[in-house]
Ligand binder design. Sequence first.
Ligand code: FAD
Length: 406
Amino acid sequence: MTGGLVVVGASLAGLRAVEGARRAGFGGPVTLIGAETHLPYDRPPLSKTFLDGTAEPPFYRTEQTLVEELDTRLLLGEPATGLDCRNRVVAVGDREIPYDGLVIATGATARGIPGTEHLAGVHTLRTLDDALAVREALDAGARTVVIGAGFIGSEVASGARKRGLPVTIVEALPTPLVRAIGTAMGEACSALHAANGTDLRCGVAVSAIEGDGRVERVRLADGTVLPADLVVVGIGAAPATDWLVGSGLTLDNGIVCDEYLATGRPGVYAAGDVARWVNPLFGRHMRLEHWHSAAEQGGAAGAAAAVPGSAKPYETVPYFWSDWYDTRIQFVGVPDADEVEVVLGDAAAGQFVALYRTGDRLTGALALNKPREIMKFRALIGRRAGWADALAFAAKRREPISHGVS
Ligand code: FAD
């Protein structure tokens, strides 16, 4: 080995790749390349608690831990610009970084609205710098318009409402979150907005975002004009693979990998939001944008790339959470289902568990404010439980607890 392990992308999956390699006993050189100048930090708080007040940036590790304890060479603020798999070299501008094993963990980039780049006050929310700008606007009491009623947009709306600020969410689809959790549950979640004073407008497109240097208003296709000091665009993210065009890796909505997170090129693995790998549990390719899978894939890919022959298939029951107002939303499994049934709690009261059936198998579960229940259903999905067994299990959870004295 000469180049050792190189990890491109210095965020959650990249950090876990470094840690996974060291945990697997790899003692060779490790280089972590990151486009941002920041040390790796945690993204979920950026659209949640970080917006509320004065929280410090959520860095995972100090520079000292990375450099001394994990013995990592940091190249931060320098995006990788190319990959030559034949000669095992990553290009960073005009520098060439050789590798023996490589983990690509470049994540995803927030989609913006073309033509708004020149307007101050229009932001996506993907990075720490984005979150600092959004928080500063909220501090100044911004009238806020969120474009897209997905999870991040909804969390931003929630943060603005907590401060008592007026917020409108504009969603082009008739029902939000259909792809993430299905139609019925998308409706159930979006009811939280009305209940908390957010003006949610569905089925209407944005026709223009206007202002003189700084955003002043959002014009909708139905003629409505929404005054705005802050516009947060939450219309999804695209895998950060531009720099890999021409590298020979298969790129198709992410880096296409097998169940080992291997790309098919010697020593090259992918992990996190950028990876579209075969999840053996569901027997198909998936690309997730979820914290837990990014962390686990990073650890697995780091070990596999650093210690040849050590790769193991990575399978998971997808899991994500989101915090809106005073509600914790959690989803496990996959959302495309033949039937969705509320089995615990009360949907109208905003505290329930709904199960998702595909064929005769339990394939998903959604919980609102039922944090202790959801992981039990995740375990059932992991064991490939049948629908009848899942319903029977739920019925047992519903049975009243006996307080009899003996
Ligand atoms: P990323 O975190 O996107 O990191 C990729 C890194 O690679 C970035 O730092 C990027 O700058 C860098 N990079 C890109 N291109 C290059 C290049 N060419 N060279 C070098 N570096 C490069 N998930 C949940 O499950 N629950 C939540 O509540 C939740 N909330 C979220 C809130 C926000 C605001 C965001 C943005 C995400 C949230 N997520 C949540 C998703 C979760 O944070 C991601 O799944 C996770 O961050 C993915 O980690 P990653 O390392 O794969 O990618």
